[in-house]
Design a protein around this ligand. Structure first.
Ligand code: T1G
Length: 696
């Protein structure tokens, strides 16, 4: 007996075995219809006298990826998942689950509420709720510690990490692994229950001891993390409820879950989850991507080596071009070091590394790029150098080759015009280290062909990058906005805040590093070169802070020279460079500034208002398609606090009117810098939000 394919839950019977099949593409999310279907199926099979064993399995890529994220923040719809799972666990007849694919959150909790579990090879399980600002709210915090060691349960629940099925078997999350299809494994498992070779038990009835020391240690560790997010700490608090009788523990878990459901962190983290998927929606999504089977990278510097590494890790053979044989060799050695690092970090196997290295050719011969499908130029940021290279590529490369430039701010339209094939030219702006940072700004020039854009998206997916579509302007999305809000930090430094206070305030706000520490890390000479490049176009009314220039004139570029704003002789500490402090004081005096106090809140408010203002202009001008695209750039390329969801998601928490009031107040100090972006005015006047613009 089976029902129509469209139902999210199908019931089949095979003799004494009842099969429940979840079929709610793409990931069997446990939405309301599926929950109702599952509840009905359990009742039907429990009521069927012929049925002795029930087995639950899933169609498609996984048993289930958990609760339906799209339901969060909306009024709950019955039946609630915890109730459905409690019904499964209370079933008189044994119920088993087959776990396949990436089964997460409520999907794993569904399996934990069954009386035995079978895993398929390659499956991964986890409770990633804390990464969404939540905690396992359907019994996971009460059932997992009853099946596996408490310290392991705390680790899995508080980290949200995925557990490969072999480890899951070892820990006791699944009882056996069966190399079969989900349906075959369900049938075989049910038969094993019937013949007694697969024992079953209700998880709730397994006794468990709470070790308070483990709870305290985990809580202490999580409190020390920066930022100390609420969800992991509350998830550990929920685990501690196992000291209570099961039903009371479930109630306590539910209460803690609901607290988190209402938290701004949950909104921000789910916005960040959705942002990574929203940016895939581009006008060129329907175009047919070109096949990329081989690639060339020009330039064996930090970026070129990082990009070559990332391409090789994606399984794409690379021809790396450098100007001289010894530089080509040095570049190859640098790629080797990157790949060895990936092996050490467990991101790659040793054989994977060897295969990648075998696919790398380092040479000085530009003509060896003739047959490649894709070229990525990563040479010195000088238009004349790029013009020469693209002119040569135009003559050397085969028809249809995609010609990418990794420029971080230069005009991609101008670069495209250096060739007879502007339709094949596109900006592929990677972020350093290119084989680690997930963001890829795809800069679409006026004549870039739609299939070339689609090719960039296909390439980004293979490289596990988050591609964001950008129009052409100086700095594209991220660096243009950075150039603006960095000035706010420099103005506060000149006006009285120390660079140490500014960095600390923004790190307390949630940034991994403050702007001055970031500058030291990236190299202060990069910003110095940009300021010199922009000097001729700098408007006379712009307030210019010379502190960073003075530091650079001493050859202090940050970590790479052992000192910048901070001293780097002791890697464990971050001490201000006294010479930099002296330069700040001297520049204040020279500028006739009387230093004034800034509170940490004021520092953060100014910094974020500046970032939001320029982000609003970038959206208004269409450089970014939507506010969520700007959020993705900052979440995946600039260490923006993930729980805040990105600059424009965060802007909606402040509201356009309050932002305008701030700008008006600051404008009294500097009317040129603090201007109200028209889009902010429009949102204030219409009562709309940046979130509304994402839906347009
Ligand atoms: N709900 C709704 N849609 C989901 C979803 C989910 N849980 N997971 C994925 N999707 C959509 C996704 O938006 C995309 O849609 C498509 O499926 C393919 O996803 C009670 C409360 C499973 C590892 O956190 O981590 O259970 O953009 O592109 O790269 O305690 O999706 O194509 O329209 O990401 O192969 C806990 C979240 C929920 C898992 C697959 N579960 N998902 O990755 O495909 S909270 C999660 C993922 C919960 C309970 C609590 C990944 C994936 P579209 P994709 P993928």
């Amino acid at each position: 007996m089976s029902q129509s394919e469209t139902m999210p839950v199908r019931v089949e019977t095979e003799g004494e075995i009842g099969l429940i099949c979840l079929n709610n593409p793409p990931v069997n999310a446990l939405g309301a219809a599926l929950r109702q279907g599952l509840s009905d199926a359990i009742d039907t099979l429990n009521a069927d006298p012929q049925i002795r064993v029930i087995a639950i399995h899933g169609e498609g890529r996984a048993l289930s990826a958990g609760a339906d994220i799209r339901e969060f923040g909306k009024p709950p719809v019955e039946p609630r998942l915890p109730d459905v799972l409690d019904r499964i666990e209370a079933s008189d007849k044994p119920v088993i689950a087959v776990v396949h694919g990436t089964t997460l959150g409520g999907g794993l909790e569904l399996a934990l509420s069954c009386h035995a579990r079978i895993g398929l090879p390659g499956a991964r399980v986890g409770l990633p709720e804390v990464t969404l600002g939540l905690l396992p709210g359907a019994g996971g915090t009460q059932r997992l510690p009853r099946l596996i060691a408490l310290d392991k349960a705390i680790d899995i629940i508080s980290s949200g990490r995925q557990v490969p099925i072999d480890e899951a078997k070892e820990l006791g999350i699944v009882d056996r692994i069966d190399d079969a299809t989900p349906r075959e494994a369900a049938l075989a498992g049910a038969k094993a229950v019937r013949d007694g070779s697969l024992p079953t038990r209700r998880t709730a009835e397994i006794s468990v001891d709470l070790d308070p020391a483990l709870i305290e240690a985990a809580t202490e560790r999580l409190r020390k993390k920066r930022p100390a997010l609420a969800a992991p700490i509350k998830a550990v608090e929920a685990v501690a409820q196992i000291a209570k009788p099961f039903a009371e523990g479930l109630k306590a878990e539910r209460a803690l879950f609901m607290e988190l459901m209402d938290s701004p962190d949950r909104q921000g983290l789910i916005h960040a989850f959705n942002a990574e998927r929203a940016v895939k929606r581009i006008p060129e999504a329907q175009a047919e991507p070109r096949k990329i089977e081989t690639a060339g990278v020009i330039g064996g510097g930090t970026m070129g080596v990082g990009i070559a590494t990332a391409l090789l890790q994606a399984g794409i053979p690379v021809t790396l071009i450098e100007m001289a044989p010894e530089r080509a060799e040095a570049a190859k050695a640098a790629v080797t070091r990157n790949l060895d690092g990936a092996v050490k970090r467990g991101k790659m196997t040793a054989e994977g590394r060897d295969k990648a290295l075998a696919a790398l050719t380092a040479t000085t011969k530009l003509e060896s790029l003739a047959p490649v499908d894709l070229v990525i130029e990563a040479v010195f940021e000088e238009m004349s150098v790029k013009a020469e290279i693209f002119g040569k590529l135009d003559r050397i490369c085969k028809a249809g080759a995609v010609l990418g430039t990794n420029t971080s701010y230069l005009d991609v339209n101008a670069i495209a015009e250096m060739t007879s094939r502007p339709q094949d030219v596109i900006g592929l702006h990677f972020f350093s280290p290119a084989h680690v940072m997930r963001l890829l700004e795809v800069v679409v020039a006026d004549k870039t062909a739609p299939e070339v854009v689609a090719t960039a998206w296909a390439l980004a997916a293979r490289m596990k990058k988050v591609a964001v579509r950008s129009g052409v302007c100086d700095g594209f999305i991220g660096n243009r906005i950075l150039a603006h809000y960095r000035k706010a930090a420099d103005y506060m430094l000149l006006d009285g805040a120390s660079f140490e206070q500014i960095d600390r305030a923004l790190e307390d706000f949630g940034f991994a590093m403050g702007p001055f520490a970031v500058g030291d890390l990236a190299g202060l000479d990069i910003g110095w070169a940009t300021r010199k490049r922009k000097a001729p176009d700098r408007p006379p009314e712009e307030r210019y802070v010379t502190i960073a220039d003075r530091i650079c004139e001493n050859g202090w570029f940050g970590r790479k020279t052992g000192r910048g704003y901070y001293l780097y002789d002791d890697p464990k500490t971050r001490k201000p460079n006294p010479d930099a402090v002296a330069i700040v004081e001297a520049e204040r005096k020279a500028a006739g500034v009387t230093p004034r106090e800034f509170s940490d809140e004021d520092i953060t408010a100014r910094y974020m208002t500046a970032m939001i203002s320029e982000a609003a202009r970038v959206v208004q001008e269409g450089v970014a398609q939507r506010p969520v695209d700007v959020d993705a750039v900052f979440l995946f390329g600039y260490g923006f606090p993930r729980h805040l969801g990105g600059p424009l998601n965060y802007a909606d928490r402040i509201g356009p009117k309050a932002l305008i009031e701030r700008i008006e107040a600051y404008a009294s100090e500097d009317a040129h810098y603090w201007q109200i972006p028209p889009l902010l005015r429009e949102l204030a006047d219409t009562g709309r939000s940046f979130a509304d613009l994402n839906k347009d």
